[in-house]
Ligand binder design. Sequence first.
Ligand code: ADP
Ligand code: ZN
Ligand code: ZN
Length: 740
Amino acid sequence: MAQYANIIIDISHEKLDKTFQYKIPEAMQDQLQVGVRVLIPFGKGNRAMTGYVVEITDVAEYDPEKMKEIKKIDTEGIAIESQLIALAAWIRKNYGATMNQALKTVIPIKEKTSEKIYRQVKLTLSTEEAADQLCQYEKKHSTARIRLLQALMEHPVIDYEVVTRKLNVTAAVIRTMTEQGVVKVESMRSYRNPVKPEQAGTYVKVLNPLQQQAVDTITANAAGEKKPCLIHGVTGSGKTEVYMELIAEAISQGKQCIVLIPEIALTYQTVMRFYSRFGDRISIMNSKLSAGERYDQFERAKRGDVDVMIGPRSALFTPFPNLGYIIIDEEHENSYKSETMPRYHAREVAIERAKMCGATVVLGSATPSVDSFYKADRGEYLMISMPERVEKRPMPVCHIVDLRQELAAQNYSVLSRKLYELMEERLEKKEQIMLFLNRRGMAGFVSCRACGHVMKCPHCDVSLSAHNNGKLVCHYCGYEQSNVKICPECGSKYIGGFKAGTQKIQEMVQKTFPKARILRMDADTTKSKDSYEQILSAFANEEADILIGTQMIVKGHDFPKVTLVGVLAADLSLGVPDYRAAERTFQLLTQAAGRAGRGTHEGEVVIQTYQPEHYSIICAAAQDYGGFYEQEIFYRQMMHYPPVWHMLSVLVASPWEETAEEVSRSMTESVLETHPKLLLVGPAEATVSKIKDMYRRVFYIRHQDYEKLVEIKDELEFFLDQCSAKNISVQFDFNPMNGF
Ligand code: ADP
Ligand code: ZN
Ligand code: ZN
C-alpha cells in the first residue's frame, strides 16, 4: 500500500498551509508518525532540507511516479516542534478541523511586525519624598494617584500596560503625575522585565499546613504517576501560593511551567506576586498580542530566556522544551474552550500535552467544573481539598429573596424590599454596591412570575425559548408548542420572559435613588477600546456608588469598598436552554457572592429569584459545592448529559435555508443508518437561527464513549466530502459549553 506524507518545511512561516508531498519508503512505514522530523530532497537540485510530517495519507496529490521519497528520519534530539505538531494532530482528530487549522492554533505565525516599543512607569522620588507626596494625594482624595504611587512604593518600576490595564490608572493620570515629577515613563525597544533578578524572591510566604500538604501531594504525584490534580479550594484558600511553590520546585529542577489564568482574573495583584517571586524568569501574555508579538514571546521561551509563561488559553502552546507543570487556574471558566474551529478545551489539550512530555497538569478552582469534579471523584484526577480561607476571613452573609412574594406584596420594582433596604443603608454609609444581571445570550425563556414555573422541553429537560412566531421551541430536539398564556402549574396569568436589560435597570435604580452615582458595564458600554478598564477604574476610584453590569463585573477585580452585591434575577442564567444552566448559575452566584466584603468590612449578598428552592441557588448561598455536585451529577446521569455521557453537537450553516435543512437532515439520516440505536436529537434551529445571512441548523449526538463520537465525526466528514451541496459550512463541537 502506497503511503504518502505531507510535509511542511518552514513551520513558523506565514504559509503554514504550504505542504509538500513525499513518498514514504517501505522501511520507514512503521516509524513515521505525524510530528516526526525528516530529511527530504527539495527543489531542482535536490537539496537536503529538514521538514516535519504533518499528515500521513493514502491520497496522492499528484502523479506518484514523479513523487520523491523521504530520505531519512532525523532522530537527533527531539525537537519541541515535533511534539507540538503531534499535539495539533491530536486536536484535529479529537475536535474536528483541518490539519492547517489545528497547526495554526498550536504554532504561532512569524509575521513582519513593526517594531514594538515597550514602556514602563518608574518612580522618580526617594522613599521619603514619596511618603510626603502620598500624604498630599490623600488629602485631596486622588484615589487613582494614590493607587499608582502606593504600587510604585512597593515596586519602583511597573509595566505601562500593567498600570493601565491591571491597576486601572488612566493615561491622563500618568501624564499628570509625570508633570508633577512623581513618575517618568521610559520607552525601550526590547522588553525588559521590571523586576530585576536580585529583587526576585522577596515575595515568599511560609505555607500553612494545608498548603504544604497540597504541595507535597502534588510533587509526589509529579515524580510518579503524574495524574492530573484538581485543587478544590475556596477563594482565598491560598491556591496561588501553592502554584508558586510548585513552580519554584520545577524551576530548581531545570524545568519550565505554563500557568493559564483567564485574562479577566489576571489582576494587578496577581501579576505582581508572580513578578516579585520569579523576577525576569516569567513572561506574561495577553490576548491582545499580535501574532508577531506572540511569536516573539514563544521564541524567548524556546531559547530558555524565561521559565514561566502566564496567560490565557493560547499560552498553553508555549514551546518550552522541558515542561514541568501546566497549571490551570479557575479551571471551570468558559474561556478555556475555543469558540472557533478547532473547538478545543484547554484542559483536555493540556492533559494530552503533559502526557506527551511527562509534565503534570494542576487544575484549581473554588467552583470546579462538574466535568473535572466528576473525574476527580472517580479517581482519574487526584483531588486536593483546601476548604479554609488563609486568614479565616468570614464568607459573606447571603439572603435569598423570593420574587414571587414581592409580586404578592405588590412590589413591581426590580429591587426587592430587602435589597432596597440594604442599598439605602450602604449609600448612607458611603459604601459601594454591585448589582449583577446574569443575563446570557439572547434566548428568551418563559416562566411564571407567580409560582416560578419554567416552561421546559418534555424530552430534554431544558428551557424552551420563545420565538417571534409565538411558539416555544426546544433548541436541542426541535420540539415545538404554542406559547402559554396561563401557567400550567398554578393558573396565574403573570407569564413572561425577563425583558429588562441593564440600561433599563440603570434607569429604574436611578429613579429609586436619584442621588446615587451609577455606572453601567455591559456589551454596549464596553464597545470602545479600553472602556472596560475605564469603567472599572472609575468604580475603583469611588467615582460611583453603584456598578450595574452583566457577568463581566463578577470576575477579577477586587473592590474593597463593595459591601453589598445584589443578584437581580438568578433565574436569568438558570433559564438558559442548556444542560449546564444550573452549573453556570451555581458558579456565577458563588463568584458574585465572593465579590462582597473583600476589604475589612463584612459583606452581604442578596440573591433575588423566582425559584428559591432550586439547589443551585440554595447551595451557592451556602457555599456548598458538595451539595450542589451531588444533585447536578444525578441530573446529568439521568438525562445522559456530559460528563457522564459525551455530546457532539454539529452545526450546519448555509446561506439557503433549504440547504441547511436538507443537509442537516441527510447527515442525521446517514448517521442513524449506520448506528440505528444512537441517541441523536435534532436537527433543530440553532439558538441563534441565523447569523450574517447564514441559516443555522444543529443536531446533537450523545454516547458513553468519546471515541465513538470521534468515529462518527470522521464518518460525517467523509459524508460531507461526498456531498454535492454547495455553500455549506459545518462545525463540530464536542461537549459544547456555549452552544451554537
Ligand atoms: P487563592 O488563590 O486560593 O484565592 P491566594 O493564594 O491568593 O488564594 O491567597 C489569599 C491571600 O492569602 C493572599 O493575599 C495571599 O497573599 C495570602 N496568603 C496565602 N498563603 C499565605 C500564607 N501561607 N501565609 C500568609 N498569607 C498567605
Ligand atoms: Zn405559575
Ligand atoms: Zn427537547
